[in-house]
Design a protein around this ligand. Structure first.
Ligand SMILES: [Zn+2]
Length: 359
C-alpha cells in the first residue's frame, strides 16, 4: 500500500508526479475521461468523489471547442479558450469533490501543434499568477510522422513545459481507429511491426526526454481507438513489458521506469487491462464507453415522457410538463448513467476507493 497522501484538488507538478508514482507502486491505473461540457465534467468529478478515487480529466481539441461553444466562429480560438475555460473551471471545483484531479489534453497531431503551443502560453500565464501550471500534462501524438520528427517536437515542447512544471504524453507506434478526427483506420494489410510499438523506439524516446523532464508514453500493443468488431488486432501487453525491460537494462533504472498510457481502452478484455497495468500503465483513456453511457438513458426517458417533449402544457388535460422537459431532469439521468459506468472503470483499473487525498 502506498503511503502517499496529499490535499484534495488539482494535481500538477510534483503532486502529479507523486500521483503517478503512487498508482504504479500500488499496481493500479487512473481512468482518463474525455469531457465536453460542464455536465460531463461534473459527472466525472461526481464518480471520483462518490467512490473516493483519483481521476484524470481530459479534453480533446473538439471537446475544448464544444466547451467554448459551437457558436464561436473562429475554430482555433474556440479550441484554445474552451480548453482554458474547462481547466480554470476544474481548478475552481476540484477540491470541493475531495479527491485528486489531473487535467490533461488529448491527442494533438501535427496540425494541432499550434493549439498545444497556445495552451502552453496560457499555462505560462497561469504559472505567473498562481505558481503552478494550468494543465498537468499535454499530449502530443506525432506517431503518424517519422520518429525523429516526433521525438524532436516532443523534446522542443517539453523543454518549455518543464519550466512551468508540466509533463508531456507522447505516442509511439500506430494505434488503430480514430480519436476525434485524429488517427487512422485499421489497415489490415499494414506492416505488423508498425501496429506494435518497438522497444528500441521507446528507448530512443527515453534517452532524449528523460534528461529534459517528466513524460509518459502511449504505446501500441494492439489497442484501437473507439470500439470496433473484435479480432482485427490482438492485444499483446507483453510489448509493454519488453519496453520496460529494455530501458531497465540499458539505462540501469529501477523496475518499470516508464509511465505508460493505454489508449483505446474502451471495450478491452479485463484480463488484458490487468496485465497492462502490471507493466506500468498508470492511465487508461476512456471516451467511447462513457459517451455511450451518457447518451443511453435518453431513449427511455423520452419514450416514457413523450408528451412532455411535444407540449409545454397537455392540450387535453392541462397537465404542465415543465418538470419533465427541464433540461436538468434529463441531463441528470445521463450524468448518473455516466457515473455508474465510471465506477466500473475504477474497478477494472484497480483504483476504486484508492484516492491519496486527505483533507
Ligand atoms: Zn492514441
Amino acid at each position: 500500500m502506498s503511503s502517499t497522501t496529499m490535499r484534495p484538488g488539482v494535481a500538477t507538478g510534483e503532486r502529479y508526479r507523486d500521483l503517478v508514482a503512487a498508482a504504479k507502486e500500488g499496481g493500479y491505473a487512473l481512468p482518463a475521461v474525455n469531457v465536453t461540457s460542464s455536465s460531463t465534467l461534473n459527472a466525472v468529478l461526481e464518480a471520483a468523489s462518490k467512490t473516493r478515487s483519483d481521476i484524470i480529466v481530459q479534453l480533446s481539441n473538439g471537446g475544448a471547442q464544444f466547451y467554448a461553444g459551437k457558436g464561436i466562429e473562429d475554430d482555433f480560438q474556440a479550441k484554445v479558450i474552451g480548453a482554458v475555460s474547462a481547466a480554470r473551471h476544474i481548478h475552481l471545483l476540484a477540491e470541493h469533490y475531495g479527491v485528486c484531479v489531473v487535467i490533461h489534453t488529448d491527442h494533438a497531431n501535427r496540425p494541432l501543434i499550434p493549439w498545444v503551443e497556445a495552451l502552453i502560453e496560457h499555462g505560462e500565464q497561469f504559472h505567473r499568477e498562481t505558481g503552478g501550471p494550468l494543465y498537468s500534462s499535454h499530449m502530443l501524438d506525432l506517431s503518424a510522422d517519422d520518429i525523429d520528427f516526433n521525438l524532436g517536437e516532443c523534446a522542443r515542447l517539453l523543454e518549455r513545459m518543464a519550466k512551468i512544471d508540466m509533463s508531456i504524453e507522447i505516442e509511439l507506434g500506430v494505434t488503430g481507429g480514430e480519436e476525434d478526427g485524429v488517427g487512422a483506420d485499421i489497415d489490415e494489410s499494414a506492416d505488423n511491426s508498425k501496429l506494435y510499438t518497438q522497444p528500441e523506439d521507446v528507448l530512443q524516446a527515453y534517452e532524449l526526454l528523460a534528461p529534459i523532464g517528466h513524460f509518459s508514453v502511449a504505446a501500441s500493443f494492439g489497442n484501437v481507438h473507439g470500439v470496433y468488431k473484435p479480432g482485427n488486432v490482438k492485444l499483446r501487453p507483453e510489448i509493454l513489458k519488453n519496453s520496460q525491460a529494455l530501458i531497465e537494462k540499458k539505462m540501469g533504472t529501477a523496475h518499470n521506469p516508464l509511465h505508460l498510457v493505454f489508449h483505446g481502452g474502451s471495450g478491452s478484455e479485463k484480463a488484458k487491462i490487468h496485465e497492462a497495468v502490471s507493466y506500468g500503465v498508470f492511465k487508461m483513456n476512456i471516451d467511447t464507453d462513457t459517451q455511450f453511457a451518457y447518451s443511453k438513458p435518453l431513449k427511455n426517458y423520452v419514450d416514457q415522457n413523450t408528451r412532455a417533449f411535444l407540449h409545454q402544457i397537455d392540450p387535453d388535460d392541462g397537465t404542465p410538463y415543465k418538470k419533465f422537459y427541464d433540461p436538468r431532469k434529463w441531463t441528470r439521468e445521463c450524468e448518473q448513467s455516466m457515473v455508474a459506468r465510471l465506477e466500473e472503470a475504477f474497478e477494472d483499473l484497480g483504483s476504486l476507493g484508492r484516492s491519496v487525498a486527505r483533507a
